[in-house]
Design a binder for this molecule. Structure first.
Ligand code: SF4
Length: 365
């Protein structure tokens, strides 16, 4: 394997040298961000290759208004709220779910959405709310859960629907004139569900290559090599490096259940704003499972934390080293923004693996 990595590295350096100009390659997925930092892949890139992070961490792209709404809901209603671990520490405007739990709100960490539904079934007099978060990878799980709740006529279960879709976010980034992206490393597990077709607009409309990548260092290096070869040849296309699990047409069963339960809608992303068609809303037949209708709360004026540049980082415009709070007032034990909280966040990755490296404060071109 060592020899194979060396061969790929040489190919990357040869292509980068031939191309000559500076290139921004965006890894869309937070798991890629972590792997790149953990295995020091930035250290072995040619100087003209910038690996920049994108909006692929679901916790990080959840807007602060949505965080504040959940906090408000936990204060106002005696429901049991179930969430994945990272969400609990994300700071809202003046609190977090973690703080609210210490003040008495019924907030629970779960490892699977099924835990929340099982709790609702076992406690029929208790309202149970699941915070449904994640991209196409986790949406089928929520859809199955909702369908099961309807079939079993579970009346005390609902979801706060924060699911988001990846391709519309990539389109929004490509439309932003302040960001130059020369290639996408697309997320492997999202692509297991949606396949490769939904990315085709990237090369057809914007002339930018796209490689669906696995998560091991070998996968990521190979995918970078594939991107550079496309750039060198001037033939942008969507390629699948993670071919052991990704099919062009995705997973038809998962896509079908998503379509049965949800309709596309607009959605707010932290740092990016409202992206058309990037969210999902429950279809009419499942509307009783929408927490926002069952547990209304008043309008909230939310503001992102002062000095936090998570929004710019999620768009690939800045890196964590350019945040003046990094490692000072913002640390994993005291996060100011979600990118320092999440196990897939860029700031957490840099803090853990890269903060003492020389490239840390590297200005993007
Ligand atoms: S270091 Fe903290 S404050 Fe700065 S961008 Fe990252 S999460 Fe936000």
């Amino acid at each position: 394997m060592k020899n194979e990595i060396e061969t790929i590295k040489k190919s990357i350096w040869d292509s980068a040298s031939l191309i000559g100009r500076s290139l921004n390659l965006m890894e869309v997925c937070g798991t890629h961000t972590m792997a790149i930092s953990k295995y020091g892949l930035r250290d072995i890139m040619p100087p003209n290759i910038n690996l920049i992070s994108g909006p692929g961490c679901p916790v990080c792209v959840t807007s602060i208004t949505d965080i504040d709404r959940i906090i408000m809901l936990s204060r106002k209603y005696p429901a049991g709220i179930f969430t994945f671990g990272d969400m609990i520490k994300v700071p809202g405007s003046d609190s977090s779910l973690y703080l609210e739990r210490s003040r008495g709100s019924d907030i629970n960490i779960c490892y699977s959405p099924k835990d929340a539904l099982d709790f609702a079934i076992g406690n029929p007099h208790k309202e149970v709310i699941f915070i449904a978060i994640g991209f196409e990878t986790t949406i089928p799980l929520t859809a199955v859960l909702i369908e099961r709740a309807r079939m079993q006529d579970i009346k005390n279960f609902s979801i706060i629907n924060l699911h988001k879709l990846v391709p519309p976010a990539l389109k929004a980034l490509l439309e932003d004139r302040e960001i130059r992206i020369d290639g996408f490393l697309s997320p492997g597990h999202v692509s297991v569900i949606i396949g490769s077709h939904p990315y085709e607009f990237i090369c057809k409309e914007y002339g930018i290559p796209c490689v669906i990548s696995g998560f091991e260092p070998y996968d990521i290096m190979t995918s970078i090599d594939m991107l550079l070869r496309q750039i060198k040849q001037g033939k942008p296309e969507v390629q699948i490096q993670y071919s052991s699990v990704v099919r062009e047409s995705g997973n038809p069963g998962a896509l079908k259940i998503i379509d049965q339960v949800f309709n596309p809608c607009d959605s707010d992303w932290r740092g990016i704003g409202c992206i058309p068609g990037s969210g999902l809303t429950l279809r009419k037949k499942f509307v009783n499972y929408d927490s926002s209708l069952r547990f209304p709360i008043e309008e909230i004026n939310s503001a992102d934390p002062a000095g936090c540049i998570c929004g710019e980082i999620l768009k690939g415009k800045k890196n964590p080293g350019q945040c003046r709070l990094f490692g000072k007032s913002c640390r994993p034990d005291h996060p100011v923004g979600p990118c320092m909280v999440s196990s897939e966040g860029s700031c957490a990755a840099y803090y853990r693996y890269e903060r003492f490296k020389s490239h840390f404060v590297k200005n993007l071109p």
